[in-house]
Every structure is written in C-alpha cells, then in structure tokens.
Ligand binder design. Structure first.
Ligand code: SF4
Length: 697
C-alpha cells in the first residue's frame, strides 16, 4: 500500500544489463521494498537480485567518510578488516582527501609525465560519470590509458561487430525474439545471469519457437531447447564453421542478401570447405547429424536471432568466435529484419553506456577513434584541452602489466575491483601494491580499496541521478531514492571535484549538463533529451522526438564503407593451455543467480547471501566419486597460477572433465587460478579455459 511508504521513486536495477525498471519504496530513510514496473525490457518483471538484493546499500560496511592511508599503516596487501578500517586509514575531510588524491596523482604527472597515471572507470556508473571519468584521464593526463570491465566481458564481441557490421551494439533488442521462429543462445546462461531476458526466451520456446542452446555446460535453458549442443570447451570455431559449412554445401544460404548486403563471401565460402561436420564432430564433440540439423533449422528460419555471452567472448579466440556468429547470421540473411539479429547479452547494467561514453582506450565517445586527428580535435575544442594524442591507450590487463614494468605509478579507480576481477589475480594485487599512489572511489572497502592511498566514499545507483544504457540500447533514467550515507557523494560530483583540484576548469552543477555536453559529439543520442528521458526510456538510434527508437537496425545498410557487412573467416586456434598430466581437467568461471560479479554488493545483501553463502564449485557426480569426495566436501583446485580450496557441489550439467567456479568469493577467488592470456583483437583474457588439477582438500 502506498500509504505504508514515505516515498516512491522510479529507477533502474543496478545489476545486469537487462536494465529492469524498478519502483523503490522508502520508509524511515531506508529502501523497504522494490518492485518491477513496466519498463521496455522487463514489463514489470524482476529476478531475485532486483527484487531482494537492494539492502546492500544499508550495510554497515558502507564508506561514509573520505579516508587517507595512515603513515604507520602495515604494508599494502589484502589485509584490511572492513569492520575496522582505522588500522590502515584515518578519516579526513573532503578537502583534505581530494587534496591528497590530486596531490598524489598530479605529483606523478609533474615528476614522470601524464602517462605515469592511468584510470579504471566502471560499468556500474552512469553514462555521465563514465563520460567524465574518461574526460578526466584524457584531458587531465593527456593520454588514453583509461578502460573498464568491458575488457573482461564483451571486448572481443565488440571488436568483431565493429569490424564486420560497423557497430559494436546489438543489432536487435532481445524482445525481438517475439518475432523470430528460431533463436540460438550460445555461451550464455541467461537463466542465472540475465534472468528476465530468459523469461522472454522461455516464452518464445513455449510458443513453439525453436531454441538452439549451445554451451559446454548443460545450462538452465536446456529444458526449453529444441537442440542442446553441449560441445567441448574451446571448440566454438570448429562447431560453428561446421554448421556454416553445411549451409554452404547444401546451398541453404541467402544468395540475394549476401549479394546485396555483404562482402568477402567468396573467401568465407572457400574457407569453410575444410570444415565438414563429419570432420569437426571429433573436435567439438557434437555428432555430424546434429550439426547438420542445426544448420538446416537456422538457415531455414524465416527470422533467426543469435544471443551470446561470455562463454563466447572470454577466450583467446573470442573475436573469432564472434566472427563466426556474425557470418552465420549474415549468410542466412538474419540481420536487419524484425525477429532477426545479433545480440551479445551485456553483463553489467551500464556496460553498453560506459563503452558508448568513451570509457575505453581506443575510442572516444560513440566509438570515434582516438587515432583520427579530426575527431580528436572536435573533443579538444569542445573541452578546451591540449591534444591527448593519437596513441591507443592500454587495456585493463596491459595497464597492470605496465605497473609491474614501472611505467605506470599511479591510478584512479572508480567502482572497479581488479583485485578480484582480473585473471591471475595475484599478479593484479601485486601491481596494486606496487603503485606509488592509488585513489579508489567506491561504496565499500573493496578488495582493491585495501591497496588505496586515498578512498573517496561514493554513491550506490539508488542514491544518484543520471542515465544508463542497457543491453537493448535503451537509455533510461536513474533517480535517487535516498541521499548517499554520511559524507558520501555522488560519483560525478567527486570526479568533478578531483578534476578541479587537478587544475581543470570544470563547472558542472548536475548530470543533466554532462548529458547535454555528451550529445554534442554523440550522434547516437540524437533526438534523446534529458527531458524526454524523464518521461520515457528511449532506444537509440531514435529517428525523431516521437520515435521510441529502433529495436532493429541495419535494415537499409550497415555503417561500413559501401554499406555492406563483411564475412571474416575464422580458423581454429587451440586454447592457450592444454590439459596435461599435471593439470588434466578444464576449469571455467562465471556467475551464479544470487551473486553479482566480485560479490561486493550481493554478498552484503541478506537475502542473496543467505541463499548462497559459501564459495562453491560444480563437479560432475562421477568426478566426485572418482575423487572420493562427497557433495559438500572440500576440494583443492590448482592451476599454473595458484591454488584454492572450495566446497564441491554435485552437478550433472558439468561434464566429467570440467569444473565450474563462480568468481564472487574472495575466500576462494577463482581468479587466483585463471589464465591471463589475451585475445589479440579484443584484449580479453581467457577466463573460460584453464587447465586445472582437482584433488580432495
Ligand atoms: Fe536486475 Fe538483471 Fe534481474 Fe532485471 S534481470 S532484476 S536487471 S539483475
């Protein structure tokens, strides 16, 4: 009942890229209840995280005052008790803390040049905060060494999409599945990671749509699938090329579409001649008849869509995996019409928007290349700044490598947690400890903040104003239901104050002004105004003030030279490390329904943490029997990077030679084990394939 609450505010769920709209009911200064409302992506629905996972914002560990590392603090390490910060930090006024932050980073700029300082922003921030963060690094330090967690998520998908269709965003919203008759979901587990999107996929299957699920794990959508292809990990290219080879061999491709809308078809066709299903079946573990049936089903669809997740992207051949998916859709003419499209399901709530806003080292806002002198000049004129250079910046893992090499000495990290999220995380933690000056802006003492020199207390999403863009390209308004606790501030305001202390003449008084500045150089925001977003969510591109936005794009050509999409053939590349006698199994990592990314929020949510309180991994019952470990017993997982001990669950969805490990648990951090080898195009690490040894603990 409305009368039970003091206020009601509409905002956007802070967790996954679905971007569910929520109504936040506040009572006595606390969020008391959250319910789904009629957003374009959720139509009133919420998953358990959106519905019950909000109470982290009232957790006793919230940072409420600026902190400065004590001069007598113990050496930097993962050694701070979040309940007793005074052993390592002392409280400071905002003025003192911002002076210390700007003094440390600015001092490095003076002594060693701007390149000695780098920045990690966050996909948890609003579009305006992401824009300001990249602007601070570019304008304030004169280079492009700024990145965020897209590098660990869909960077390879974006690289392939930009290369072959000319745009990194989805070509169709996930709701378009309503107009499809066949859909492929590969390397994604939407039932746990995009649960509300999964409800649309399930309804599609219940209505008779053919759902083709491809994943090395037998994920939750399998019971709705017309075809379940549980292929061998790391063999995506072999499997997808075999499907495409069938389409070529049996003449099932859309000749007219290929002729009118694409280029490089002959090269793709010739390349596929080597990938007959009968040959590839031995590699990918899926029999040739099934591969042929899938090819006929997808190519024969009136309208087909492809959805993918990090099972596709997080490989050293992640860009090749996405190239195959793009080629498969193009050869069947399944891009640019209702019910067709390519859709990498975005992870974090604003990873699309943060990337659009230029929080990446190779692109300015709206994917305008830093190597283009004319484009850079537009920004330097707008900002009144010096040129920040045509050198593409370093990515997340490369920045930490440069810290080890002594070239980067200071960092500003906003809302990102590399001490948990990076591959071979001990390497990342050592880099953070080595920094001469680290400024962390966050809502909790994250594992990364353990290493900070200055900590700036920030705001949760439900405490701030701004806009975010979901996996569907829908731009939506975030509104504050509460003020940040204590002396904590909104992130855009902290970044602005830090910029001013660094000598930049920034004078924003509200995120609305930042959004207005973004619109000057971002044509994707044409016809989308702040005032409009106050009233409605808008999908970009929007063709007029009345147009709700284009759910499907590229019906009239692709944003590439000549308007044509491109086929880029992909060869088989083996995973970086093969299982051997010492490390005979394959480890893959991911998320669980209840825990979000590095767990900093969801492990502080009572409902979510009580459902899933303990670090766990999944092993096939036959593997557990072989090890002599009961379900619930402890196992030791070891790779070439390190070892963890973790509780083992029995799970038939995992094949006997695999182990699945969620990465949210600091006490058994999966990323102690993961392989930092990178995809050469997207620079994304191979989180999904590490050779591992499993033993009873
Ligand atoms: Fe939030 Fe995603 Fe769940 Fe929606 S599906 S409620 S956006 S976590």
């Amino acid at each position: 009942d409305k009368a039970d609450f003091d206020s009601e505010t509409q905002s956007v769920c802070p967790f996954c890229g679905v971007g569910c709209l929520v109504s936040l009911k506040v009572k006595d200064g606390r969020i008391a209840h959250v319910e789904g409302i009629n957003g374009p992506a959720n139509e009133g629905r919420l998953c358990v995280k959106g519905r019950f996972g909000f109470d982290y914002i009232h957790h006793e560990h919230r940072l409420t005052k600026p902190l400065i590392r004590r001069t007598d603090a113990p050496p930097k390490g993962l050694n701070v008790d979040p309940g007793n910060l005074s052993t390592h930090f002392r409280e400071a006024s905002w003025d003192e803390a911002l002076d210390a932050a700007a003094g440390g980073l600015g001092g490095l700029r003076t002594a060693h040049g701007g390149r000695s300082v780098a920045g990690f922003g966050s996909a948890k921030c609003t579009n305006e905060e992401a824009y300001l963060f990249q602007k601070l690094i570019r304008e304030g330090f004169g280079h492009n060494n700024v990145d965020h967690c897209t590098r660990l998520c869909h960077a390879s998908s974006v690289a392939a999409l930009l290369e072959n269709v000319g745009s990194g965003a989805v070509t169709a919203t996930f709701n378009e599945i309503e107009n499809a008759d066949v859909a492929i979901v590969i390397g994604a587990n939407p039932v746990e990671n995009h649960p509300v999107a999964a409800t649309y996929f399930k309804q599609f299957a219940k209505r008779g749509g053919k759902l083709i699920v491809m994943d090395p794990r037998g994920i939750g959508l399998r019971s709705f699938a017309s075809h379940m292809l549980q292929f061998r990990p790391g063999t995506d290219v072999a499997m997808l090329n075999a499907i495409m080879a069938t389409i070529v061999e049996e003449g099932l491709y859309d000749e007219a579409y290929i002729a009118q809308r694409t280029e490089n078809w002959e090269a793709e066709k010739a390349h596929l001649a080597d990938f007959a299903p009968e040959k590839m079946a031995k590699i990918c573990g899926i029999d040739a008849a099934t591969l042929r049936d899938v090819a006929r089903t997808f190519a024969g669809a009136k309208a087909g869509m492809i959805f993918w997740g990090m099972g596709v992207s997080q490989h050293i051949h992640g860009t090749d995996n996405s190239r195959c998916l793009i080629s498969l859709a193009l050869m069947c003419g399944h891009v640019g019409r209702p019910g067709t499209g390519l859709h990498p399901l975005r992870g974090q709530n604003n990873v699309q928007g943060a990337s659009d806003a230029g929080l990446i080292p190779m692109f300015l806002p709206d994917y305008q290349s830093v190597t283009d002198d004319g484009l850079r000049q537009r920004f330097t004129e707008l900002w009144g700044s010096e040129d920040f250079g045509d050198q593409k910046g370093l990515t997340v893992t490369e920045i930490l490598d440069d810290v080890h090499a002594g070239r980067i000495r200071g960092m500003y990290i906003l809302g990102e947690n590399p001490a948990m999220s990076d591959p071979d995380v001990e390497h990342a933690r050592e880099a953070l400890a080595k920094l001469e000056h680290l400024v962390v802006q966050d809502i909790f003492l994250t594992e990364t903040a353990n290493f900070a020199d200055v900590i700036l207390p920030a705001s949760a999403l439900y405490e701030k104003a701004g806009t975010v863009s979901n996996t569907n390209r829908q731009v939506q308004m975030v509104r504050p239901a509460l003020a940040p606790p204590g002396e904590a501030r909104e992130d855009w305001a902290i970044t602005m104050e830090l910029a001013r202390k660094l000598g930049l003449d920034w004078r924003y008084t509200h995120p609305r002004e930042v959004f207005t500045e973004m619109k000057i150089t971002m044509s994707s925001l044409d016809n989308i105004t702040w005032e409009r977003l106050e009233r409605e969510s808008v999908t970009y591109p929007s063709l007029s003030e009345q147009d709700p936005g284009q759910a499907v794009v590229f019906g009239d050509g692709f944003p590439r030279e000549g308007g044509r999409a491109k086929f880029t053939p992909a060869a088989i590349i083996a995973p970086d490390e093969a299982p051997d006698e010492e490390y005979p199994m394959v480890m893959t990592t991911g998320r669980q329904l209840e825990h979000w990314h590095t767990g900093s929020m969801t492990r502080r949510s009572k409902v979510l943490d009580s459902v899933e309180p303990e670090a766990n991994c999944s092993l096939h019952p036959a593997t557990l029997r072989k090890l002599g470990v009961e379900p619930g017993g402890m196992v030791r997982l070891s790779t070439r990077r390190g070892s963890i001990e973790i509780m083992a669950r029995s799970d038939r969805a995992v094949s006997p030679d695999m182990v699945f490990v969620p990465f949210a648990y600091v006490e058994a951090a999966a990323n102690v084990l993961t392989n930092p080898a990178l995809d050469p195009y997207g620079k994304i690490p191979e989180f999904k394939f590490s050779a591992v040894r499993v033993e009873p603990a």
